[in-house]
Design a protein around this ligand. Structure first.
Ligand code: ACO
Length: 431
């Protein structure tokens, strides 16, 4: 629980209301307005939640000015250099780094859930082949509620635990199946002798008629992408999962809601949008035209992969991702890729441009992840599904934290009504 040491006084309309100020472990103090409506008959107004803490959490901390991201207190740079995705999953879910024995047990629990119910294969076949893999994922993950009845009772801690493990284990399988289905290739079953990232690459790129050997460096880069995307505090999709979960909806339905929210281009869809933008720019000489458009208030165009609601200095994930991009492109020998040249030049120009400096717009994680994924052979439509499978552990950890909190309430914001005042119905003949 956050500590209360001071109060803020709000004076209006001859009323004076004392509001407790809560001090977090890190980050700005928070004014507790829970009793404001009862005591003052007023709401607060904060569209986009730019000044609102929606919950108490112990999972992830971001300092946007310092460019700091901590999972359970550990800096993302340390985890990216020394840890691996499944260890990070354990950390996010249970709060501590695992011992060796705990890690072996966790790995075996996840590995034993990687296959999906065979009936789900037929479910996939109901989609059009040209469906976006995110559309397929929203549907299939939501449909997991219909396949795994024994882990949908949210009042049972054991069922919540099984649902969490099932989702971490099966999301890569579902994302790979969505990909295979969209390109008309047979589904590849998970291989439990491979590590988490290698297994995902194998399910995406293996075919029954020849061997596919996963390159360790690519598996490492994929594992790092997963770690960097694993959680990010109360972002739009995580808040969506919490809001859906606050009504008591089952965890599969809640994660499907998170996937739907992540899909938007202002959020997880930015990696696809960013690469499509680089393709549209095409050549270095066209960059100034796009920079001009990004600055033009009358043009809705934005430089995708730039800017962040919280990071106003740099995105620490982007720094690590940039290193990975250099490694992967070096390994695959794609230094002269025209898209990469456009990306590098765009980054250089934008970082020197007064507009971007003044508005604190830096390349975000999505600017580099798309470049890596494209070099690995993924189509742009798979970028956001990979983000979704990586974020699943964050969503489920946040969902579990919320359900475990005895103070949990249904999320129910109020509004500032600006529509018509009460009026009488008029018969159609008098309108
Ligand atoms: N290109 C050009 N101008 C931009 C950009 C951009 N990418 N991002 C913000 N701006 C400008 C806005 O026009 C605005 O200018 P104004 O003050 O003159 O009106 C100012 O910067 C602030 O922009 P907001 O939209 O108010 O900032 P907000 O914090 O709400 O938005 C967001 C953050 C949505 C990420 C935004 O920067 C954006 O749309 N970026 C492109 C999409 C993107 O890359 N999203 C990925 C985010 S990371 C992630 O989800 C993993």
């Amino acid at each position: 629980m956050a500590e209360t040491r001071r109060t803020a006084t709000l004076n209006f309309d001859n009323k004076s209301i004392e509001l407790p100020i809560l001090s977090p472990v890190a980050g700005p103090d928070v004014i507790d307005i829970r009793k404001l409506y009862a005591q003052g008959d007023v709401f607060t107004y904060d569209p986009g939640f730019t000044s609102t803490a929606s919950c108490e959490s112990t999972i992830t901390f971001i300092d946007g000015d310092k460019g700091e991201l901590l999972y359970r207190g550990y800096p993302i740079e340390d985890l990216a250099a020394k840890s691996h995705f499944l260890e990070v999953c354990y950390l996010l879910l249970y709060g501590e780094l695992p011992t060796q024995a705990q890690m072996v047990d966790f790995e075996s629990r996840v590995t034993n859930h990687t296959m999906v119910h065979e009936q789900m294969h037929y479910f996939f076949r109901g989609f059009r082949r040209d469906a976006h893999p995110m559309a397929t994922m929203v549907g299939v993950v939501g449909a997991m509620s219909a396949f795994y009845h024994d882990s949908t009772d949210i009042s049972d801690p054991w069922q919540r635990e099984v649902a969490a493990i099932r989702m971490i284990a099966k999301l890569p399988t579902i994302a790979a199946m969505a990909f295979k289905y969209s390109i008309g290739q047979p589904f590849v079953y998970p291989r439990n002798n491979l590590d988490y990232a290698s297994n995902f690459l194998h399910m995406c790129f293996a075919v029954p008629c020849e061997d596919y050997i996963v390159q360790p460096a690519l598996a490492k880069a994929m594992d790092r992408i997963m770690m960097l995307h694993a959680d990010h505090e109360q972002n739009a999709s995580t808040s969506t999962v919490r809001l859906a979960g606050s009504s008591g909806a089952n965890p599969f339905a809640c994660i499907a809601a998170g996937i739907a929210c992540l899909w938007g281009p202002a959020h997880g869809g930015a990696n696809q949008a960013c690469l499509e933008m680089l393709r549209e720019i095409g050549t270095v000489d066209r960059i100034p035209e796009f920079i001009r458009r990004a600055k033009d208030k009358d043009d809705p165009f934005r430089l995708m992969g730039f800017g962040h609601r919280v990071y106003k200095n740099f995105d620490p994930r982007a720094k690590v991702m940039k290193e990975s991009a250099d490694e992967v492109l070096g390994l695959l020998g794609v230094h002269n890729n025209p898209l990469l040249q456009v990306a590098k030049e765009l980054e250089r120009i934008a970082l020197e441009d007064p507009y971007f400096i003044e508005k604190k717009l830096y390349p975000n994680v999505d600017f580099y992840s798309g470049i890596i994924l494209e070099a690995m052979g993924f189509p742009t439509s798979m970028f956001t599904p990979i983000f979704a499978l990586s974020r699943t552990v964050g969503w489920i950890s946040q969902w579990k934290e919320m359900i475990d909190d005895p103070a949990m309430k249904i999320g129910r914001p109020r509004q500032l009504y600006v529509g018509e005042a009460r009026r009488a119905y008029r018969d159609v003949r008098h309108r």
